[in-house]
Design a protein around this ligand. Structure first.
Ligand SMILES: *Cc1c(COP(=O)(O)O)cnc(C)c1O
Length: 473
């Protein structure tokens, strides 16, 4: 592009006042205010100017493009970017999609507390202050057998606080096979270092023996740390040290035995593959002094980190300055308290995550068949006859770093586009007004039914129709 074409293109960008007086800009001014609308239009025009100067080619005239981009940016800025999506991936605890959808009872509790004053840190009978932790401590202790418990922002915060309070300036011994990274930003060696403790890594990736722990203990050792490897498994010749042996060694040398469990389970789900490795109660019974776990993984509650264990250890954490920076807010506490109550009363089967993990194949097949019929009807309505839509078996997953190699057998609906563009259809589904996030397999879009919530099928059909129409254009 020559300097003069660039110059001409820049000159055809409409004036701000002209754009501000278009019907769509006036409509947005009513919602966002004129000054904000002006800023957003200016942002869109700046972007266009940069593209023109960089020599970009456009498939519409510059004045029309300016209006088109300004209107689109206004629409994007006026709507929430944090919005509902439909999880058709078959991964139940999907971290990028917000992990656990809350139970209705937990939602009601948040709704009741969020907009009013509350007893967050106030005991009416005392007429004074009480700790916010008190709302959930008793229930956590009941469900885990712990003497005491403390909640913080998430499990990463729980590990950080627990180590800071028990091992700052001293040594933490951990097996090389457990130096895991979880979700990109949580790495055990770095969390230990943040806590002010010094890490002593022992053993090999696949084998660590009790004598490795014993030999590494010095007079400066404070904690023997066990970390659930969560998102990976080593098969073959693998030997972790049993909890009981670690607990015994820690006790004999007056050390703290701490376990970061990651996904904590308060009850045993009925699914056949579920072993007991995630049971918080078992960890404590085997002698762990402190156990840390997430509230929004297998537990199915809000994002929260739980520290459960011996009273004297939890007490030092309750007094630690760091707690102030990691404490949970009232909405989280309300949701967690309600979720715990469901466990206490034996109604954990109504918690969405538990219900989805325990869903039997017959129920899933029925759901998949119903969805398949709806999608076939939708395809027929838009004349998309060249699609193959069928019920298929799927491999679903618990997610959230629990049981990474155990697959949950499930069902879904596979859609094969005749033109072969599964990616195109998937993009159309993901960019629908209520985005649908599908799986992809063998050139097919797969809509797994396991993690669908009531009513999702209608939204999937609507997104499907919109995506097919867009592809047909
Ligand atoms: C998930 C996980 C964490 C981090 O928990 P968040 O709730 O994401 O903060 C820490 N440790 C283990 C073993 C985990 O699985």
């Amino acid at each position: 592009m020559t300097d003069s074409t660039i110059h001409n293109a820049l000159r055809s960008i409409p004036a701000m006042d002209e754009l501000l007086n278009t019907p769509w800009a006036l409509a947005f001014s009513g919602r966002l205010g004129r000054e904000t609308v002006k800023k957003i239009i200016a942002e869109a025009l700046d972007g266009l100017k940069r593209d023109i100067c960089a020599g970009a080619q456009f498939n519409m005239p510059v004045d029309g493009l300016a209006a088109f981009r300004a209107e689109n940016l206004l629409r994007a800025r006026a709507s929430s970017t944090l919005k509902p999506v439909i999880n058709a991936t078959g991964v139940v605890v999907h971290t990028n999609l917000g992990r656990s959808p809350l139970a209705k009872e937990a939602l009601r509790a948040v709704h009741e507390i969020a907009g009013v004053y509350s007893t967050l840190e106030y005991a009416p009978e005392k007429g004074g202050r009480d700790g916010r932790n008190a709302h959930v401590e008793w229930s956590v202790c009941q469900m885990t057998g712990a003497e005491a418990a403390l909640v913080v922002n998430n499990n990463a915060a729980a590990v950080l606080l627990a180590l800071s309070a028990t091992a700052a300036g001293r040594e933490v011994i951990v097996s090389c096979g457990e130096l895991v990274e979880i979700g990109g930003s949580f790495r055990i060696p770095e969390i230990i270092s943040f806590s002010g403790a010094k890490m002593t890594a022992i053993g090999c990736t696949n084998v660590t023996r009790i004598r490795d722990y014993r030999n590494a203990i010095t007079e400066n050792t404070a904690v023997l740390l066990k970390v659930h490897p969560s998102n990976y498994r080593i098969d073959g010749f693998v030997k972790p040290v049993p909890r009981e042996e670690l607990a015994e060694l820690a006790a004999s040398r007056a050390l703290v035995f701490m376990e970061d469990l990651g996904s904590g389970l308060l009850c045993q789900p009925g699914v056949s593959f579920a072993n007991r490795e995630h049971q918080v109660r078992d960890c404590l019974k085997s002698g762990a002094g402190v156990v840390t776990f997430s509230g929004d993984k297998l537990l199915g509650g809000p994002q929260i980190g739980v520290i459960a264990g011996s009273k004297h250890l939890i007490d030092t954490m309750k007094r630690h300055q760091l707690l102030r920076a990691l404490r949970v807010d009232k909405m989280t506490l309300a949701a967690f308290e309600a979720t715990l109550r469901m466990y206490l009363s034996g109604r954990q089967g109504e918690i969405p995550v538990i219900r989805m993990i325990e869903a039997d194949k017959k129920t899933l097949l029925k759901k998949a068949r119903a969805l398949c019929r709806m999608l076939k009807d939708a395809a027929a309505r838009v004349n998309a006859v060249a699609l193959v839509i069928s019920v298929v078996e799927t491999c679903d997953a618990v997610g959230g770093g629990a049981y990474p190699t155990d697959k949950l057998p499930g069902y879904g609906v596979a859609v094969r586009a005749a033109s072969g563009s599964a990616e195109g259809l998937a993009l159309g589904l993901r960019t629908a007004p209520i985005p649908v996030i599908p799986g992809l397999r063998d050139g097919c879009v797969i809509l797994h039914v396991r993690a669908l919530l009531p009513g999702d099928e209608q939204s999937i059909a609507a997104a499907f129709t919109a995506a097919l129409s867009a592809m047909g254009r």
